[in-house]
Design a protein around this ligand. Structure first.
Ligand code: ADP
Length: 327
């Protein structure tokens, strides 16, 4: 039975290194939620998986308790807030937030702005996968095939990549994190839930037409790796839903001649990525909603309209100097 298997795995990781108790309420919700069946794992797969996850467990423990790295006199925060999402249960650590959203919704952009604002690292699994893919490592060609077809890479590989990234961060004294693109399956969420507390899961939404146009308009500077978008989106209001206007995000002149398109931003692959998202990742909305952690956010337009409203929804305010620095 699924619940039994998840418990077995979490107990295995706990026995390895981590100490977070399993919350009986979570167990109950998982059981009632009817989430997708977890694939059967052979014991050798399980032990490889456990090895990878024990690493994430160790690292997440260190991230969650990393007080030593906090400076004695921290510089004033770039924000003020009354947010219930900040440090929900543990004043000794920084935020642990997750960003959900379909490909093209802009979660990378908003999570990156928040990471700068809150002074926490942004961990984007898409970037970790692409880094691995462009290296000459053993996983490279295997990953290229999966990503270029718009499919998800295996939970085991993603967890290994996240775990490694967290370990590097802990060594540098990082505390807290914003996760962009992880978890993306119920299984990944269960693993995360089993090892640390997530304070908030922000779910960004746009109509599908805008998602497709945004993905197809995405460009990256091959030199500085900055993201831009050449799409000019104008979706008329329909059936009581407000229209959406999104201006292009054009590059500065020194990047304009160096723009590239990612191999998975073609129309067929984008549609497949959205289909895979709806099938594999959308169930996460209910998973986190039932745990009281989900913040739904319909983007009202491009960054100039959406960013202040997102801050409002999170009960955050940028300080004046920060506003001018990011303008
Ligand atoms: N958590 C994850 N689980 C499985 N695969 C992932 C995960 N995160 C990223 N990937 C892989 O990396 C690709 C790029 O991710 P990302 O940049 O987040 O794209 P998207 O625009 O689809 O949100 C995904 O299509 C998927 O193949």
């Amino acid at each position: 039975m699924k619940l039994q298997t998840v418990d077995n795995e979490i107990s295995l990781w706990q026995s390895l290194h981590f100490r977070k108790p399993i919350n009986p309420i979570n167990k109950m919700t998982q059981g009632q939620g009817g989430f997708g069946e977890k694939p059967h794992k052979h014991s050798c797969e399980l032990s490889r998986f456990a090895a990878a996850t024990s690493s994430i467990i160790r690292t997440l423990t260190s991230v969650a308790t990393n007080e030593a790295a906090t400076p004695a006199s921290p510089s004033p925060p770039a924000f003020s807030c009354g947010s219930r999402f900040l440090r929900a249960d543990n004043k000794s650590r920084n935020v642990q937030w997750v960003f959900l959203g379909c490909p093209g919704v802009g979660k990378g952009n908003y999570s990156s702005r928040l990471s700068t604002l809150l002074g926490v690292p942004l961990i984007a699994t898409g970037d970790l996968v692409r880094q691995e893919l462009s290296s000459s490592g053993p996983l490279s060609s295997q990953l290229a095939e999966i990503v270029n077809q718009g499919q998800l890479v295996s939970d085991e590989i993603v967890i290994t990549l996240v775990s490694h990234r967290l370990e590097v961060g802990v060594a540098k004294g990082e505390s807290g994190f914003i996760l962009d693109g992880f978890p993306r399956t119920i299984r990944q969420a269960e693993i995360l839930e089993g090892v640390t507390d997530i304070d908030l899961v922000a779910n960004l939404k746009l109509p599908e037409q805008a998602l497709i146009e945004k993905c197809l308009g995405r460009r990256i500077c091959s030199q500085c790796r900055e993201n831009f978008n050449v799409a000019s989106i104008n979706i008329e209001s329909e059936n009581g839903k407000p229209g959406i206007i999104m201006a292009p995000l054009l590059p500065p002149p020194h990047c304009a001649s160096k723009l590239i398109t990612l191999a998975d931003d073609t129309e067929a692959v984008v549609k497949e990525r959205i289909r895979v998202y709806n099938e594999m990742s959308q169930p996460l909305e209910e998973y986190y909603r039932s745990r009281g952690k989900l913040l739904e956010f319909d983007l009202p337009g491009g960054i100039p309209e959406s960013w202040p409203k997102l801050l409002q929804a999170l009960n955050l305010e940028e300080n004046e100097e920060k506003l001018s620095a990011t303008a």
